[in-house]
Write a protein that binds this ligand. Sequence first.
Ligand SMILES: [Ca+2]
Length: 92
Amino acid sequence: MTPVDLDADGHLDLVVGNLDATITLLFGDGTGSSPTVKHLHTGGRSLRGVTVGTFTFDERPDIMAADPFVGVVFTFENLGSRSFGAGAHINT
Ligand SMILES: [Ca+2]
């Protein structure tokens, strides 16, 4: 689980990698309750590591997740407005 402000609204959001190979995004509203939930689907088998960084150097935090069962790292580019590009595959 990684806390980060994905949508640049000043409130921390959470990025959670799931055993079913999905990524859950919880967009906080600053109250600590009732976050807006969004899911990203990797198409993998089971995630074991998720990290966030500005991999495309545009100052928006992107998401990277590792699936050791299929030997792939998935990257999701943050396009702004709570939308993300399709997960790109990097074979490991
Ligand atoms: Ca936020």
